[in-house]
Ligand binder design. Structure first.
Ligand SMILES: [Zn+2]
Length: 203
């Protein structure tokens, strides 16, 4: 069986299992959505938002792109934020990066001519790497530099999100959090909490 066909067969199984477990599930799902979280994550196939947080359909409003970037002048990102905050009234915006991110790695390497869109997209990451070149240079390995830049990138996106008029002017404003997912052990580390009294920690 080809892969798309396998996926469609799996979908039938999933729908049947779901309705067996909860006969009201699709009835409620079709009534509308009221997610409490906007998730801004990387497109990387290994970081599926719902799977790694045990969330269900309806729990997360999701935007994913290469290296979980939030360029304020990008209508794609901004429209997602605008709708999530002003219409869905989410209480939380979570930026979730991950260690070993290919987009972050690319920002530390020479640009590849065959990837002009990616190169343009990650230009702000290259600039961020340049800003923090001394700190990054102090790390002993490429992997350590990539992982630190992934953390700095999450912090940068959190700051950008908090500075948008969409977040600032909202009453109450959603809390913006910065997380990093580790492919090594599946755990999420908090690098920026939206709660003032929450020190960054692994939890
Ligand atoms: Zn990534």
């Amino acid at each position: 069986m080809n892969l798309p066909r396998q996926m469609l067969a799996a979908n039938v199984e999933w729908a049947e299992e779901t309705i067996t477990r909860d006969p009201q599930f699709f009835k409620e799902l079709s009534q509308g959505q009221s997610p409490q979280v906007l998730w801004i994550g990387c497109s990387d196939s290994r970081v599926p938002a719902e799977t790694i947080t045990h969330c269900q359909p309806g729990d997360l409003f999701v935007h994913r792109n290469i290296a979980n970037l939030f360029p304020p002048d990008d209508d794609n990102c901004s429209s997602v934020l605008e709708y999530a905050v002003r219409v869905l009234k989410v209480g939380h915006v979570i930026v979730c990066g991950h260690y070993g991110c290919g987009g972050v790695r690319a920002a530390l390497l020479p640009p590849l001519p065959e990837l002009p869109h990616v190169n343009r997209r990650i230009a702000p990451l290259c600039a961020l790497a340049h800003t923090h070149r001394d700190e990054l240079g102090a790390h002993p390995t490429d992997d350590a530099r990539i992982n630190r830049l992934a953390e700095l990138n999450v912090l940068e996106q959190v700051q950008r999100l908090r500075n948008t008029a969409i977040v600032r002017d909202s009453q109450p404003a959603p809390l913006v959090h910065g997380w990093i997912f580790s492919l090594d052990d599946g755990r999420i580390k908090v690098v920026a909490s939206g709660y003032a009294d929450d020190a960054p920690s692994r939890k």
